[in-house]
Ligand binder design. Structure first.
Ligand code: NAD
Length: 457
């Protein structure tokens, strides 16, 4: 291992580390301990022991000072400082680390905030996916990814009306073998311990949920044969309903009939968004880097008004609406002046190429100055988390119809409220969305850093 908090844990023969940060007081608390004995059989999790009855005979708990010394002894203080810098910047509450040395599993739940999940009447306080990284990946890059995604989850859950705080789990380990119940049981144990309900993200197969549910825990969602199906369809429907509201705001009526809509990416979200838009009478311009996705779309909607364009040329086209449904980071100060759309609103996360909220707001203002209506993506692409919540709460009684009703009405109403509110307040929809949600996450205005509509962080 290179620079790693797990290297420190390994050196002192411990299994758990918590890095807590209180951003109100700018106070850090470190806590390392041995939470289970060597040889604990995690394939027996929730059969022979639970998160509350696990009882290490050789438990060991280090104070903040002793944990700090362990970092010092391993020459890892600069690494620790870099981690703390990221936590401070994003106001992250906790990095909760679990080390399974025999399998080389380095599990970290990046907790941004549990506030929105308090008193929700559920066993989980947070929702955020579980993403695998390669064992050799640089730990600081993995943590940065986890923290950024965790913060995004806090905002997305709050915007979607899902009563859950935001977090994200990163796991550095080799690809998982689903027959290895020791490894799967450990992931279930660690996830349950963090009071997170999760779902497989990049690097983990969606079948992981099926195995966890069969053997260990209900706190995984999104199996391929799950009760409400994949998340792409509800996400696409929420984006579609938000698009109708954007159309109403710009052209006075919600109809998309006759409008040209450019959809970048025809995957789980883009394919179904295309379907909803065609049903609504729109003309489509579409692309995907993957020729098979383009073929699948073209053959599913043969005879419909669809123009297929090469992916590399796509953002140079003109259209009434652009709906990004592929990767993020596609717009910056350089290419915004040449865009030719009236509305940009899609399913992709982090559409703007920004490293902070302030940079994102700057770019949103540039778009507004070009006369392009844009609203930050997490405000309307929460159909995926709403799907996970429906499954977690109702399990086998989860209902696709109820889910689609909730996603549609929530994404439509909130988009209308945000667009009109932003116009009344004289700010961009992105700024208004951040302000509205920050208030519920961080509390009072002073603590949020908002004064008179400007971010001071
Ligand atoms: P996906 O992997 O199923 O589909 C993405 C598609 O985009 C792929 O077919 C890929 O070939 C294509 N693509 C990638 N880069 C491209 C490019 N430069 N030009 C054209 N095509 C390109 O993913 P998805 O689940 O449909 O998610 C799409 C976006 O929406 C992602 O940003 C994702 O984070 C976001 N999102 C998804 C969900 C969900 O429920 N699936 C929820 C919220 C947000």
């Amino acid at each position: 291992m290179g620079h790693s908090v797990f290297h420190v844990l390994n050196a002192v023969d411990l299994t758990r580390l918590q890095i807590r940060y209180d951003w109100r007081q700018d106070h850090v608390l470190l806590h390392a301990f041995r939470g289970w004995d060597t040889g604990t059989d995690f394939s027996r999790y929730n059969h022979d022991f639970t998160i509350t009855t696990l009882h290490p005979r050789q438990g060991l708990w280090l104070s903040h000072e002793a944990t700090h010394r362990a970092f010092e002894d391993q020459g890892a203080l600069i690494h620790l400082e870099r981690i703390l810098h990221l936590m401070r910047k994003g106001r992250h509450r906790l990095l909760d680390c679990y080390f399974h040395a025999p399998r080389g599993i380095r599990f970290v739940n990046h907790v941004h905030s549990d506030r929105h999940g308090l008193n929700n009447g559920r066993s989980s306080l947070m929702m955020g996916g579980i993403r695998r990284h390669e064992p050799g990946d640089e730990e600081l890059d993995v943590f940065l990814d986890g923290m950024n995604l965790a913060r995004g989850m806090t905002f997305k859950n709050a915007a979607a009306g899902v009563p859950m705080g935001g977090c994200k789990t990163t796991v550095q380990m080799p690809p998982i073998d689903l027959d290895d119940l020791e490894a799967v049981g450990f992931l279930a144990f660690a996830t349950d311990s963090t009071r997170n309900t999760t779902g497989p993200d990049m690097g983990f197969p969606t079948e992981l949920t099926r195995v966890v549910k069969e053997h260990f825990s209900i706190h995984f969602t999104g199996a391929p044969d799950g009760p409400v199906g994949p998340t792409g369809t509800p996400t696409a429907y929420g984006v579609f309903r938000a698009l109708q509201e954007a159309a109403r705001f710009v052209w006075g009526e919600p109809s998309l009939a006759g409008r040209s809509i450019a959809i970048q990416g025809l995957g789980a979200v883009g394919h179904h968004l295309g379907r909803f838009c065609l049903d609504g009478g729109a003309r489509l311009i579409v692309c995907d880097r993957d020729a098979a996705r383009v073929d699948a779309f073209a053959s599913a909607f043969r005879g419909a008004p669809i123009e297929i364009v090469p992916a590399d040329d796509f953002l140079r086209r003109e259209a009434d609406i652009l709906s990004p449904c592929a990767g993020g980071g596609i717009f910056d100060a350089e290419n915004i002046p040449s865009l030719r759309y009236r509305i940009i609103l899609g399913g992709a996360n982090n559409t703007l190429r920004a490293a902070s909220q302030e940079e994102e707001i700057e770019l949103a203002r540039l778009l507004a100055a070009r006369g392009i209506l844009y609203q930050v993506d997490w405000w309307h692409n929460g159909g995926g988390v709403m799907t996970g919540y429906e499954e977690y709460v109702h399990q086998d009684d989860a209902s696709f119809e109820r889910l689609m009703d909730t996603v549609g009405s929530r994404c439509a109403e909130r988009t209308r409220e945000n667009l009109e509110g932003a116009r009344n307040e004289g700010v961009t929809p992105t700024e208004r969305a951040y302000r509205a949600v920050e208030k519920t996450i961080y509390g009072d205005d002073e603590a949020m850093g908002w004064r008179g509509g400007t971010a001071h962080r």
